[in-house]
Design a protein around this ligand. Structure first.
Ligand code: LLP
Length: 423
């Protein structure tokens, strides 16, 4: 469910017509609906209401500080994977006790920063990381609360590049080693064992892989307690998928996902932590752009738009499908055409939608790519020296620019000529 709909023949974000935003900020831009973000959070939070839980929104999906703050105001915690994300979380006012830190390659500086911030838990992914954390915590004279990210060897059956819980993936600590590593962790100075953690992948659209992984986690908690460890929380990661195509089967409802987690883990007397990203942010954002040219070749019709792969890399990186909607609602009997929507970047991989049956487009038309709120703006870059595009957030009838379009000077502001080239 989201709040991007046609009203009086024009696509709106909540109560605001998208052409109004386009006039103000220019195109292309990302547009987020705060009501949609809030709704997704509340639905998930309500689904877990029966048990002690904390939703740690995964910042990697969309880490604009306005997005973080919108969710933090509803009680969300956050899952971070870098010092940069920690900095954002703090800038949005998140207290340390609502932050968990994931990732396979946390550096010594990042571990130190997170210890100073007094975060709730480090999701440790290897023994060398454990040793580094122990050493830094000991030097600082503090204890780091940890969970080990366990790789449950479950195939989430999602896209190859975003499946993370199989034995051959780089993530986590092998299921078979878990007991021994917990034993060694507990003996280290500066380390306090407090939970178990997993994350098996992203855009998972059926409950079966979660069921297998949650069962394994439950088994592990019981075994660890048998060995004398105090396990007070279970982190079930993120990964619940969202529909991208109108005719995609509905992914599991958050209520069913929560019921499964509560059924398999609720009896452990543990706090449940979750790290959802996509299901909170994806449907809450769209990318709006303008057609620059329509080019016809003997084979194809190309709509060349002012957004490109540097702004939304998902189609070319993961073969991702984003629904395309013209901002002016097409008439029911509008003539249709098979169109490739492509950007201006000099690569044949620069496409946003291929072979779509769309109403005939013309130069100047605004179009929107739906479900672009997660892994959209955060994965953008400045390839071809295209500046990052603005992000705006809508609330009812008003909007705010939450990331400005930079001046071209900003593109080269941090570059320097070496002495031998300086004038
Ligand atoms: N926790 C951990 C440790 C993760 O690695 C991830 C995502 C999440 C939570 C959040 O997962 P979600 O609920 O969003 O599925 N760029 C890709 C997705 C990469 C996901 C990486 N990890 C895409 O555009 O599809």
């Amino acid at each position: 469910m989201h709040h991007f709909d046609y009203r009086d023949g024009v696509l709106h974000a909540e109560a605001l017509a998208l052409p109004r935003i386009a006039e103000d900020v220019g195109t292309p831009f990302y547009c987020y609906s705060s009501a949609t973000l809030e709704r997704h959070f509340k639905v998930l939070d309500a689904a877990f209401a029966k048990i002690d839980h904390l939703i740690c929104y995964s910042l990697k999906a969309n880490s604009n500080i306005a997005v973080i703050k919108t969710l933090a105001n509803l009680g969300a915690g956050v899952d971070i994977v870098s010092g940069g994300e920690l900095h954002r979380a703090r800038a949005a006012g998140l207290p340390g006790e609502k932050i968990v830190f994931s990732g396979v390659g946390k550096t010594a500086d990042e571990l130190a920063m997170a210890l100073d911030a007094g975060i709730y838990c480090f999701n440790v992914e290897s023994e060398p990381e454990l040793a580094a954390l122990s050493e830094i915590a000991r030097r600082k004279g503090v204890d780091a609360a940890i969970s080990l990210r366990i790789n449950p060897d479950v195939d989430a059956r999602t896209h190859e590049k975003i499946t993370t819980g199989r034995a051959e993936d780089k993530f986590g600590i092998g299921w078979a080693q878990a007991g021994a590593v917990y034993g060694r962790a507990a003996a280290l100075p500066g380390i306090r064992v407090s939970g178990v953690d997993m994350h098996i992948g992203s855009q998972i659209t059926d409950l079966a892989p979660f069921e297998r992984a949650f069962s394994r986690l439950g088994e592990l908690v019981r075994a660890l307690r048998g060995q004398g460890h105090e396990i007070s929380h279970v982190n079930i990661g993120g990964g619940l998928g969202v529909p991208y195509k109108a005719d995609d089967p509905e992914p599991p409802h958050p209520d069913d996902y929560a019921a499964l987690a509560i059924d398999l883990l609720g009896g452990l007397d543990c706090r449940i932590l979750l790290e959802p990203g996509r299901m909170i942010a994806a449907n809450a954002g769209i990318l709006v752009c303008r057609v620059i040219y329509v080019k016809k070749t003997p084979d194809r019709t190309f709509a060349i738009v002012d957004a490109a792969m540097n702004d939304l890399v998902r189609p070319t990186l993961y073969d991702a499908y984003h629904d395309v909607r013209p901002v002016r609602e097409p008439a029911k009997d509008a003539p249709m055409e098979r169109i490739d929507v492509v950007g201006p970047v000099c690569e044949s991989g620069d496409y946003l939608a291929l072979g779509r049956n769309l109403p005939v487009l013309a130069a100047g038309d605004l179009i929107a790519f739906m479900t672009a709120g997660a892994y959209g703006a955060v994965q953008s870059g400045t390839y071809n020296s295209r500046p990052l595009i603005p992000e705006v957030m809508v609330r009812g009838e008003v909007f705010a620019v939450i990331r400005e379009r930079p001046e071209l000077d900003a593109l080269i502001a941090s570059e320097r000529l070496p002495v031998w080239l300086a004038p």
